[in-house]
Write a protein that binds this ligand. Structure first.
Ligand SMILES: O=C([O-])CC(=O)C(=O)O
Ligand SMILES: [Mg+2]
Length: 387
């Protein structure tokens, strides 16, 4: 059993939306295929992966370093103990040889993208849904019913409060009961007006989370906290720079309700620093580390260990990114849920065809691998790459 090729293509996921920090007019993502010599149900086993929105495609790093390290390794050194499958941990170690620690940069995105494809291949070789494999691996019971929330509420040219309300109404109509909007890309007064418009629209049918995308300095963060704490928000997200743990810690004094962060922390060491120094509260705050940006599931398992040692439940994790990989981790390892972007970043984000959001939850279908084969627009782009 061996990996015979790893193929990457960088694809546009551009849209005219804007958060407090970036616009997505030139956004791209890497799509990766890990091609094996295995055949199941008359078809070659190919694992697929892609990186989440927010960081760009990683074709350079994948082609120049990580692909070749896997293909040049002795194939037997990449297999599990009894040789019955690939071993994601050994493949990860092969990718990361001759990489210094620290300064994780964006290699974590390149490795995370390949790692997703490796896990997809492993679960397809085993002919099992990944979430069921993960639960068995950890001696847990899988729960195919996963909480999901609708992320949107972006700034958009010409978008007024009416359009924002209509967007949120659309998410409620589709079965969501938590919605998210952007803040920090307008004045505080304008954001307050936008928030009140949304709260008026959703009433008691849903809760609202707000996301500042790391925009605020301490003074602005506090000013917003004082404004926001009068509303019953689901969370106040990524308030300051992702690596400014002292700012995050200071916020607890001004914002007693739940806060969320972590989508721009790319390693278990960064996650551990957030827990050590960021003043995050395990009884109410949320952690959003996204395996597709942060060295993949092999590393995410280390992050979960770090959290466990610090007394944090995996239920406090609701990953960023809106992809099916995190849905599998949530269903298999007991995370608190997953993000989704109902209308954005297609065809990569979202759920297999026919999966409905009911009372803010989806139910995982029993598909081998991550489940990409169940999403027809996505699998056709994937197969164009490697089959
Ligand atoms: O706008 C973005 O970069 C995405 C984001 O923060 C989120 O989904 O939480
Ligand atoms: Mg965010």
């Amino acid at each position: 059993m061996r990996i015979i090729d790893i193929v990457e293509v960088t694809k546009p996921i551009a849209s005219p939306i804007r958060n407090a920090y970036i616009d997505f007019s030139k956004m791209t993502a890497s799509l990766v295929a890990v091609v094996t010599d295995q055949v199941r149900d008359g078809r070659r086993v190919v694992g697929y992966g892609f990186n989440s929105n927010g960081r760009y495609g990683q074709g350079g790093l994948i082609r120049e370093r990580f692909r070749d390290r896997i293909l040049e390794a002795d194939p037997a050194s990449l297999l599990n103990e009894d040789g019955s499958n690939l071993d994601a941990h050994k493949i990860w170690a092969a990718m990361m040889q001759n990489e210094k620690p620290g300064g994780h940069g964006e290699r974590s995105v390149a490795v995370g993208t390949i790692d997703m494809a490796v896990w997809d291949a492993i679960a397809k070789i085993a002919e099992r849904p990944l979430f069921r494999m993960l639960a068995d691996m950890k001696g847990l019971e899988a729960n195919p019913r996963v909480f999901v929330y609708a992320a949107g509420g972006y700034y958009y040219p010409g978008k007024d409060d009416g359009a924002l309300r209509a967007e949120m109404r659309g998410y409620l109509d589709r079965g969501y009961n938590v919605v998210k909007m952007k803040i920090g890309g307008a004045s505080l007064a304008e954001d307050q007006r936008r928030i009140e418009a949304v709260l008026d629209e959703i009433g008691s049918e849903a809760q609202l989370a707000v996301d500042a995308n790391g925009r605020f300095d301490l003074e602005t963060a506090i000013a917003y906290a004082k404004m926001l704490r009068q509303y019953p928000l689901f969370w106040y997200e990524e308030i300051g720079d992702p690596l400014d743990y002292q700012l995050q810690a200071a916020m607890a004094e001004f914002y007693p309700a739940p806060m969320a962060t972590g989508e721009n922390l790319f390693s278990h060491q960064d996650a551990r620093n957030l827990i050590r120094y960021g003043g995050m509260r395990p009884d109410r705050d949320w952690l959003q580390f996204d395996c597709a940006l942060s060295y993949g599931l092999v590393e995410y398992l280390r992050t979960l260990d770090v959290l466990d040692q610090a007394g944090w439940s995996p239920k406090r994790c609701i990953p960023h990114g809106g992809h099916q990989m995190s849905l599998n981790i949530a269903a298999g390892l007991g995370l608190g849920g997953n993000e989704s972007y109902p209308d954005l970043f297609q065809p990569y984000g979202g759920f297999p065809d026919g999966v409905q959001v009911i009372d803010g939850h989806i139910t995982m279908p029993e598909l081998p691998g991550i489940g990409f084969e169940g999403k027809s627009d996505l699998i056709s782009v994937m197969r164009d790459l490697a089959e």
